[in-house]
Design a binder for this molecule. Structure first.
Ligand code: NAD
Length: 436
């Protein structure tokens, strides 16, 4: 095994001190203090089978791979609002007053640093707690100085940056994103196609910090950032946390396909009233989310391979900003399916979920696994973390795997591979050899 032990403090650097990040921090604190079990966290709760079924070896993942301890996490954040973690969590209205008060001491210690922000990228939001500099390279350098000072103040031995800030408007990769040289020249020239999230990713990687993208923003999918991650020997993964409706979609669709049932239409609509919903009310930000949400079905159902079942699939996704609901989103799916002899059936899903409650354990797992990958010297795109994302980023020429069950198998096999354990194929013929 060639994995450095997780010694010392692990810094969790978070652009965006909003609903998701404060719920994550409060939850970690509740777990450490024994007020809650780490529900929803694969790193903390799931087991992993090793060797043959007859060996009865199924340790918890956290006992199998050397992960950082929750006590060793320290948090830092950037936001365009000056509110500390407690004020931000109060505003987000995810947690009960009792949970909020319990987490108050830790949340109050998280005071956001000034953000790199561009209103052109998030139209429905503005704040005053922002950095200003003549060009985007200088903004990146200011972020790097923040990271350096965070490291010094908190005495961290390593850090992971995870984007929990708003969804930016949809942009496509262009020539300036194609190589690191062009990207750096564009930063110096203040090119409008360099988004704030790209500046954070650049600053993280230049500081030796892995970067994870929780929103559907175009940042680490561009070749320039991937080139930088490879050059610096650092892991990156994204994008867009897989929670709520897409989680349900990637659980249901593989099941329907596994039985060769046809799908004619899949209509998904949501109401949500948190700040994320307000940002997504802008068509540019919605487009980023829509593209990220829509990819999953095509990749899972493979209409080109199964034209009789899926070629006419009509897939529509709607997100409606509806303030009364706050973070308690409601997602409806109407799925028109067909079976034997073409007979039609319908499935209705009404998921009354809580966005940040579903996202927080994903943040925890991603941070711990990215740190593990860092210590295992794994660099570039970490496809094995696709399990956590709506729109998994993969290497050139590869298609993303969206099926959550294949993603989980891949994740666990990667852990076995890291630790030098036998990979599990599920063939299992050896159990029956004695019949011959
Ligand atoms: N909750 C989920 O289930 C879920 C799932 C997938 C993706 N996401 C994404 O995660 C992100 C966070 O979600 P949330 O509900 O916490 O949103 P939120 O609006 O509560 O928090 C986002 C915070 O980011 C800040 N911000 C915006 N731009 C910034 C910048 N450039 N630098 C620093 N701070 C900035 C905002 O001021 C806000 O405080 C969103 O992009 C959302 O789309 C959430």
């Amino acid at each position: 095994m060639d994995i450095k032990a997780p010694e010392g403090k692990l810094g969790v650097l978070i652009p965006g001190l909003g609903a998701v990040s404060t719920t994550f921090i409060a939850g970690v604190d509740a777990i450490i203090n024994g007020h809650s079990a780490p529900i929803g966290s694969v790193t903390q709760m799931a087991t992993i089978r090793l060797g043959k079924r007859t060996e009865n070896r199924s340790p918890k993942i956290k006992e199998f791979v050397p992960l950082a301890e929750l006590q060793d996490l320290v948090f830092g954040a950037w936001d365009i609002f000056e509110d500390d973690g407690y004020q931000a969590a109060t505003r987000a209205q995810v947690l009960t007053p009792q949970d909020l008060e319990r987490a108050r001491p830790i949340l109050e210690t998280v005071k956001p640093m000034k953000a790199v922000f561009d209103k052109e990228y998030v139209k429905n939001l503005d704040g005053v707690h922002k950095k200003a500099a003549p060009n985007k390279m200088l903004l990146a350098e200011m972020l790097m100085a923040d990271i350096k000072s965070f490291r010094k103040t908190n005495n961290t031995t390593r850090e992971v940056m995870i984007w929990c800030a708003s969804t930016e408007v949809y942009i496509e990769p262009s020539d300036i994103h194609s190589t690191l040289d062009k990207f750096e020249a564009a930063m110096l020239a203040n090119d409008p196609l360099i988004a704030p999230s790209m500046i954070y990713a650049y600053a993280a990687l230049k500081s030796g910090v892995p970067f994870l993208m929780g929103a559907p923003n175009l940042a680490i999918d561009v070749p320039a950032i991937q080139e930088l991650a490879m050059a610096e020997g650092l892991p990156i993964a994204g994008k867009d946390f897989k929670t709520g409706q897409t989680l349900m979609k990637t659980i249901l669709a593989p099941g329907l396909k596994s039985r060769m049932l046809g799908v004619e239409g899949w209509f998904s609509t949501n109401i949500l009233g948190n700040r994320d919903g307000e940002v997504l009310d802008d068509p540019g930000s919605f487009k980023s989310k829509e593209v990220s949400k829509k990819g999953a079905l095509d990749y899972i159902l493979q209409p080109d391979t199964y034209p009789d079942l899926y070629k006419d699939l009509y897939h529509k996704v709607r997100i409606n900003y509806y303030p009364p609901r706050g973070d308690a989103k409601e997602g409806w799916d109407n799925i028109d399916i067909f079976g034997w002899m073409g007979y039609k059936m319908q499935i209705k899903v009404d998921f009354l979920c809580r966005d940040s409650i579903l996202a927080a354990p994903i943040v925890l797992d991603l941070v711990l696994f990215a740190d593990l990958a860092l210590r295992h010297k794994m660099r570039g795109i970490q496809e094995w973390l696709s399990f956590y994302f709506k729109a998994p980023i993969v290497g050139p020429g590869l298609y993303p795997e969206h099926d959550i069950f294949i993603q989980l198998t891949k994740l666990k096999n990667t852990l076995r591979w890291m630790m030098g354990e036998e990979l599990i194929t599920h063939v299992g013929h050896e159990y029956y050899d004695s019949y011959e």
